[in-house]
Design a protein around this ligand. Structure first.
Ligand SMILES: Nc1ncnc2c1ncn2[C@@H]1O[C@H](COP(=O)(O)OP(=O)(O)O)[C@@H](O)[C@H]1O
Ligand SMILES: [Mg+2]
Length: 248
C-alpha cells in the first residue's frame, strides 16, 4: 500500500491578477511524510509564489490541493495553514516581548484548543542557544537572527506537520543560521514519520544540509534537479520587500 501524501498539489497555478501573466505554471507536486526538499532557482522565478500558494496564503488560480488525500475545503483552510506553515525571509514581529510574540497565536480562533506552554517555549529558545531571559527581550532589542528564531519558535510550538521555509536565513549571521537549522532539524526528528519540510535557499551547501531532494524553479516551472545541475553557481538571495535586512 502506498501511503497517502501529506500534501498533493495537483496542477496548481497562479497568475498575476492585474496582467494575467503566469507566475506559476500548472504544477504537480507531492510532499510525503519524511520528505526534506530544497528549492533553488533565480530571483523572481516564482519560488515564493509557489510556497505561498502551497500554504494556501495566496488563492489558487487553477488546480487543487489535497491534504491527506482530501481537497481542502474553505472551512478547513485555517487548520491546513496551522499544519502547513510558511516561514518568511523577513519575519513579522509584533511590538512587545518575545513571550508576547509567542503567546500571540493562542489568541486566535484557530488555536483555541491549545494554550501557551512557557516551559516548552523556553526549551525551544535553549535549543537555539538562547538563555532564560530571551523570552523577556523586547522586539526592538532583537537582532535579525533573534527575530527569525522568535518567528520559528512561534510556529514550532504549534507542532506543524510541514514547514515551508522561504529563505529564512538569507540575511542572517552564521550563528543564527545554524540555530535556525538546528531548530528545524530537531522539529523534524521529533516526528520524522509524520513531518516534511521544504526549504528555499540560495546557499547550495545549506540546501544539501537541509534536504534529500532538490527541485529547481525557473520562470514559474518547477523541476527535479539533477546531480549535474546541482553544481550550478548560487544566485544572490531574494529580497522580498525591496530592502535587504542585515543581521546585527
Ligand atoms: N501577488 C503578486 N502579484 C503579481 N506578481 C507577483 C506577486 N507575487 C510575486 N509576483 C511576481 O512573480 C514573480 C515571482 O516572484 P517570487 O515568487 O517572489 O520569486 P522568487 O521567490 O523566486 O524570487 C516575480 O516576477 C514577482 O514580481
Ligand atoms: Mg522569494
Amino acid at each position: 500500500m502506498t501511503a497517502i501524501p501529506i500534501v498533493d498539489a495537483q496542477d496548481i497555478s497562479r497568475r498575476d491578477a492585474l496582467r494575467g501573466q503566469a507566475l506559476l505554471q500548472p504544477t504537480r507536486f507531492v510532499l510525503s511524510a519524511g520528505d526534506r526538499v530544497a528549492i533553488t532557482g533565480p530571483s523572481g522565478s516564482g519560488k515564493s509564489v509557489f510556497l505561498r500558494t502551497l500554504a494556501l496564503l495566496d488563492p489558487l488560480d487553477g488546480g487543487r490541493i489535497l491534504w491527506h488525500g482530501k481537497p481542502v475545503a474553505r472551512a478547513t483552510i485555517p487548520r491546513y495553514r496551522r499544519n502547513v506553515a510558511y516561514i518568511r525571509q523577513r519575519p513579522a514581529i509584533l511590538d512587545g516581548t518575545v513571550e508576547d510574540n509567542l503567546r500571540y497565536p493562542f489568541t486566535l480562533r484557530a488555536y483555541r484548543d491549545v494554550s501557551f506552554d512557557r516551559a516548552r517555549a523556553a526549551s525551544f529558545a535553549a535549543q537555539a542557544g538562547r538563555g532564560s531571559d530571551f523570552l523577556e527581550k523586547h522586539a526592538s532589542e532583537l537582532s535579525g537572527g533573534e527575530a527569525q528564531i522568535t518567528a520559528l519558535i512561534r510556529v514550532l510550538q504549534l507542532s506543524p506537520e510541514v514547514l515551508l521555509l522561504d529563505e529564512p536565513t538569507a540575511s542572517l549571521d552564521p550563528e543564527s543560521t545554524l540555530a535556525i537549522e538546528g531548530l528545524v532539524n530537531a522539529w523534524f526528528s521529533a516526528g520524522e514519520d509524520q513531518r516534511a519540510s521544504m526549504w528555499v535557499s540560495h546557499d547550495l551547501a545549506q540546501a544539501e544540509r537541509m534536504s534529500r531532494r532538490h527541485l529547481t524553479m525557473r520562470a514559474g516551472v518547477l523541476s527535479e534537479r539533477t546531480a549535474a545541475s546541482a553544481m550550478a553557481a548560487p544566485e544572490a538571495p531574494d529580497n522580498d520587500n525591496g530592502s535587504q535586512e542585515r543581521a546585527r
